[in-house]
Ligand binder design. Structure first.
Ligand SMILES: NC(=O)c1ccc[n+]([C@@H]2O[C@H](COP(=O)([O-])OP(=O)(O)OC[C@H]3O[C@@H](n4cnc5c(N)ncnc54)[C@H](O)[C@@H]3O)[C@@H](O)[C@H]2O)c1
Length: 596
């Protein structure tokens, strides 16, 4: 029989502690909430009342329930008031010496049977536990931010944690409506070990002016369906906390350079830019603690969308699309629906006929789903000219090529286009991994060459990465961006580096997940759970790998590794083996999971 917890102490009422108090009190538990000073206690109480008031305003909590919830919480300064609780959850800043001191004190104050839990994200639960005389009753309870919303709790057991303590804490999580995964004591556990390399990488992108904060965040939201971009998430976590987590993971997790905190983070923390809690981090907030972003000096000036669309239609009327695969079909459908005249070029009449059929089918589906009028479908199809002769591109204003992902094929094509197309025509490649500059230098007009990286399926995905080389003119970038916006899609601008924004941030994370399974730290199922329930990702990494295809993922990861030479980017041997074995994912019925 699991032990019954009636009263629980929470130490530290910051970002996490206040949220944990709310979760406990909401589920009928008495809570003793402890801070270090009266001022900190008032702040902590403010977090709790602010959050519960918002829940009332949104109709998620009745006023009576809020009052009952708050009535279950006793606030106190100092640890002495924790003498009678059954469990303490510690959520003070991420410093080992501070946590060890607090656990030594808790050990003295709390009754012998009490369980002592830490919410640490990266420190060793074992090292914290040995500061007490009851290390077998010490456990990690890693909640996710915001604690009242995120469903996951990682329960971390050390080698000496008693099995009944783990079982009791698991039962408590179930009572709180949380889903737990129980794991051993390793830096970053599951979710943070996979998350923080990615977050730190995004910070280095801002630091290196590779792309703007808005573009990086939009890329990950629209390209991967994440609930927040990495920089907004850093602000939510708190930059001081994020710094400490990275620093600990670097030291405990094998000195992986990807976890060495980006220098910019240290500067921001020193300058007091801690994220939402201080009112300013990567973004600026209405006031400290507020989730509302306000404009600052880095906010891009708003453009008038109506004017942009009119301007771009004056400048770009006719677009060539080369290729007959999935991407070419999607892109020409999007362009034709967007009102552009399109010249489709394939390698023969038969291919053109098949392509025309697939575009018609796709548009008809949109009609059936009520997204398009029949007349609009017919008008869109009328706008496309089907051809097998590159010479038909002589008078187009823009060409987008979506042919096979082979550099020699693309450079030869760009060289021909340079001869055929009128001066001023912009030539774009949809490559997802090859250097755009190679295409540019195959022509005599490198200022007019750009990457337009659409996502699959192009008619559905709202993102296009606009990739400029060191030779692309600002005018070409502006035109490409306006074209993308006129198609109702969001453009993010980035420099010409392997993986651009989305793939460079996504694939190393997927590769790390494979390494975690390879190291037998956790299972594919638990990792998928952790990322979905702890971080709100729409799919876990293994679900996603199976959908993308393991061969495609391996190829992208290889490109990233070859260009960056970052040891942490080396493809996981397990990924290579699965590809060799022909387990390529859903498309063949078997990848990380068996679909047959
Ligand atoms: N921020 C996140 O997204 C997140 C997510 C999961 C876990 N965590 C972990 O939770 C813990 C707390 O992080 P946070 O982001 O809430 O930090 P925070 O800085 O927002 O809050 C820490 C609180 O602890 C209080 N405190 C400091 N010393 C104390 C003491 N001796 N006694 C009582 N209270 C004391 C501070 O006054 C502050 O209110 C860390 O271990 C962190 O790694 C954070």
């Amino acid at each position: 029989m699991a032990r019954e917890f009636t009263s629980i102490g929470v130490v530290g009422l910051g970002t996490m502690g206040a949220g944990i108090v709310e979760v406990l009190a909401r589920n009928g538990l008495d809570v003793v909430a402890v801070e270090v000073t009266d001022a900190a206690l008032d702040r902590g109480r403010g977090h709790l009342t602010g959050s519960t008031d918002r829940a009332v305003a949104r109709g998620k909590l009745s006023e009576a329930d809020r009052d009952a919830l708050l009535g279950r919480v006793t606030f106190a300064v100092g640890l002495d008031s924790l003498a009678d609780v059954d469990l303490v959850i510690e959520a003070v800043p991420e410093h080992l010496d501070l946590k060890q001191r607090i656990f030594a004190d808790l050990d003295k104050v709390c009754k012998p049977a009490a369980i002592l839990a830490t919410n640490t994200s990266s420190l060793s639960v074992t090292e914290i536990s040995v500061a007490t005389t009851r290390p077998d009753q010490v456990v990690g309870m890693h909640f996710f931010n915001p604690a009242p919303i995120m469903k996951l709790v990682e329960i971390v057991k050390s080698v000496v944690t008693a099995p009944d303590v783990v079982a009791d804490v698991e039962a408590l999580c179930a009572r709180l409506g949380k889903v737990d995964v129980t794991i051993n004591d390793r830096a970053g556990f599951i979710a943070n070990a996979l998350l923080f390399g990615y977050l730190n990488h995004a910070v280095t992108m801002v630091e290196g002016h590779y792309a703007t904060r808005e573009d990086i965040d939009a890329a990950m939201k629209l390209g991967c369906g994440l609930p927040m971009g990495p920089l907004a998430l850093m602000d939510l976590i708190g930059l001081d906390t994020a710094y400490e987590i990275l620093d600990t993971m670097y030291r405990r997790g094998g000195r992986d350079r990807r976890h060495a905190p980006a220098p910019l983070l240290k500067q921001m923390v020193t300058a007091g830019l801690l994220g939402r809690k201080s009112g300013r981090g990567f973004y600026t907030y209405e006031k400290p603690g507020s989730p509302v972003v306000i404009a600052d000096e880095l906010t891009p000036a708003a453009t008038d969308p109506a004017a942009t669309t009119a301007d771009i239609h004056r400048k770009i009327r006719k677009v060539g699309v080369i290729g007959s695969g999935t991407m070419a079909a999607g892109i020409l459908e999007v362009l034709a629906r967007g009102g552009y005249d399109v010249v489709s070029i394939t390698r023969g009449a038969e291919r053109s006929a098949r392509l025309a059929e697939s575009v018609r089918t796709s548009l008809t589906k949109a009609v059936i789903r009520g997204k398009l009028e029949e007349s609009e479908r017919d008008a869109a199809l009328e706008r496309v000219n089907w051809s097998a002769a590159l010479d038909d591109l002589a008078d187009v204003d823009l060409v987008i090529e979506a042919v096979v992902e082979e550099l020699s094929v693309k450079t030869a094509l760009f060289s021909s286009l340079d001869e055929i197309c009128k001066p001023g025509t912009i030539l774009a490649t949809t490559t997802s991994s090859l250097p755009v500059i190679e295409c540019a230098m195959a022509t005599g007009r490198p200022a007019d060459i750009i990457g337009l990286h659409f996502f699959n399926p192009a008619p559905v995905m709202g993102l296009v990465e606009v990739v400029h080389t060191i030779r692309t003119s600002p005018e070409t970038v502006a035109t490409a961006r306006a074209l993308v916006e006129s198609l109702g899609k969001h453009s993010v601008v980035c420099a010409d580096r392997a993986g651009f924004v989305v793939n460079a941030l996504l694939f190393p994370y997927l590769n790390d997940a494979v390494r975690m399974v390879e190291a037998s730290y956790s299972s594919a199922d638990d990792i998928d759970y952790a990322m979905k329930l702890g971080c709100g990702y729409p799919m876990g990494p293994f679900e996603l790998l199976d959908v993308i295809g393991l061969d495609v993922s391996l190829a992208i990861q290889r490109e990233l590794y070859l260009e960056m030479r970052e040891p942490g980017f080396a493809p996981a041997p397990l990924l290579e083996q699965l590809v060799t074995a022909g387990y390529l994912g859903k498309k063949v019925g078997r990848g990380f999971r068996d679909y047959r």
